[in-house]
Ligand binder design. Structure first.
Ligand code: ADP
Length: 462
């Protein structure tokens, strides 16, 4: 490399270091391991010894300054590892960095451009430096020698320097490849552990949900068990009562406890008839529920008048109504004809009227049958009895649900469940309105055209 060329380049250069240059210098900052520093130490020591100069250095460009990365351990070297020079301090290396070209200053004292550079103060009047590049092309720093005497550095010395420069750049290439591989492996490991973390989180979420579902179904199960136990105890009581009553009646006749007069016999038979009727209703209820549960709600559809069906049911209740001291007012249209199942329709009216009587406290009961709007039959059963607490209202159509104490009122808690199931089966809907102490109103709406296949209407309680 010709001295004149190096000097011209240097002279044209601006001594102030730009920010862009500084950031480009720092772009490939990979940590230099101690083994490499040791190797480069041997290189600079060797250079200093062969070129016979007091100072041989590897300088490194840091974001804000130049640092001595390796300094030869040669006699008279004023530089130590770790020393720093600001980018605009005007040292020789700074110019190499900026021009990205080698620089030779044989004698700074005789060169006006370099006559005031900081190295002169240390007595270092000649300089030969080469830029060191990262594999990316960005600047790493410099490899340089400085001498206390004027020195043009022979061709041999320059070749030696460029050879060592190649070694250092080769080291950087190996280092970067190794570093990139490590980074890639680290990234892959990170991605893998992130994937594993996500999977784990997903599993944890699933587990939590499953646990919540399990808890919910445990609560449901406990509630179902409680209702079933309550139902069994109520059912056995409900079935035993009329049987005990029947047994007592028959015994009082057969054992002559009551005189076998025709009147007594007739009275006993009437009582027996009532108890048998009660038993029959209970058993029918249970049979109806088992039919609903098994999904065999076989409907025998025919053209029927709901008005006539309601009148029929009310008539059948006459004796019971009389005993309860209640009256029923039936307000009806001339006829409301639809395509329905007679026994199911009777069951719906019967259950609603039986409840109105049971919970009606002997007060008047009103039944309305009408067609509102056209094509929809509406049956409304109103009593003025005990009413239903608002918090119980949404549950009363459920199986075994009862809003009264078993001691005060008999019943299996199945009547309204049956009503809702049959009404739904016929394509209609049923709901209740009630006020505690003022009575309840149950409304059933049925399509006169009968159930349409697949139609399913939720029962409502308001
Ligand atoms: P139950 O055999 O107990 O009468 P239901 O299914 O017919 O069973 O009724 C469920 C519950 O709804 C009853 O236990 C009662 O608490 C309430 N209920 C039903 N009808 C009436 C009504 N007309 N007035 C007040 N409460 C009623």
């Amino acid at each position: 490399m010709a001295r004149s060329l190096l000097s011209t380049d240097m002279r044209e250069a601006d001594h102030s270091t730009s920010d862009a240059a500084a950031s480009a210098l720092a772009a490939d900052d990979v940590q230099i391991p101690p083994e490499l520093i040791q190797k480069w130490q041997q290189i600079v020591d060797l250079i200093a010894e062969i070129v016979q100069v007091p100072s041989s250095l590897v300088m490194k460009a840091e974001p804000q300054h130049l640092a001595v990365l390796v300094a030869s351990a040669s006699k008279g070297n004023p530089y130590r590892r770790g020393e720093e020079a600001a980018f605009d301090s005007g040292v020789y290396c700074e110019e190499v960095m900026k021009s990205r070209r080698p620089l030779l200053v044989p004698d700074a004292t005789a060169d006006p451009v370099w006559s005031s550079n900081p190295d002169l103060k240390l007595g270092l009047i000649s300089y030969l430096g080469y830029p060191i590049a990262w594999p990316s092309g960005n600047l790493f720093g410099t490899l340089c020698v400085l001498d206390v005497k004027a020195n043009s550095y022979s061709e041999l010395h320059r070749r030696l320097m460029t050879q060592f420069l190649d070694v250092i750049e080769a080291d950087l290439r190996v280092l970067c490849r190794y570093d990139a591989r490590l980074a890639q492996e680290a990234r892959a490991r990170l991605a893998e552990s992130e994937r594993a973390r996500r999977v784990l989180l997903g599993m944890l979420e699933d587990l939590n949900q499953a646990q919540e579902r399990l808890q919910a179904s445990q609560v449901q199960l406990q509630e179902a068990v409680r209702l079933r136990d309550e139902f069994l105890s109520i059912a056995s009581h409900e079935l035993r009562t009329p049987i005990t009553s029947l047994q007592l009646m028959v015994q009082s006749l057969t054992r002559g406890i009551v005189p076998p007069s025709p009147e007594m016999t007739l009275r006993t038979f009437r009582l027996a008839e009532r108890q048998i009727g009660r038993l029959t209703r209970l058993i029918e209820e249970l049979l109806e529920v088992s039919r609903i549960q098994s999904g065999h709600l076989a409907l025998e559809l025919e053209s029927l008048d709901l008005v006539l069906v309601a009148r029929d049911v009310v008539q059948r209740f006459e004796a019971d109504l009389a005993r309860a001291g209640a009256t029923v007012t039936l307000t009806d249209a001339a006829s409301v004809v639809g395509f329905w199942d007679r026994s199911k329709l009777e069951r719906i009216v019967t259950n609603l009227l039986a409840n109105a009587m049971k919970f009606g406290e002997g007060k008047p009961i009103e039944i309305t049958v009408e067609e509102v709007p056209t094509g929809t039959a509406r049956l409304v059963v109103t009593d003025h009895g005990i009413g239903i607490p608002p918090e119980r209202l949404p549950c009363i159509f459920e199986r075994f649900e009862r809003a009264v104490s078993a001691r005060e009122y008999g019943g299996l808690g199945l009547g309204l469940y049956i009503v809702r199931s049959l009404v739904r089966g016929l394509g209609g809907r049923v709901w209740a309105e009630s006020q505690v102490g003022r009575g309840s109103t149950f409304t059933v709406e049925l399509p006169c055209s009968g159930p349409s296949p697949g139609r399913h209407v939720e029962a409502e309680a308001t």
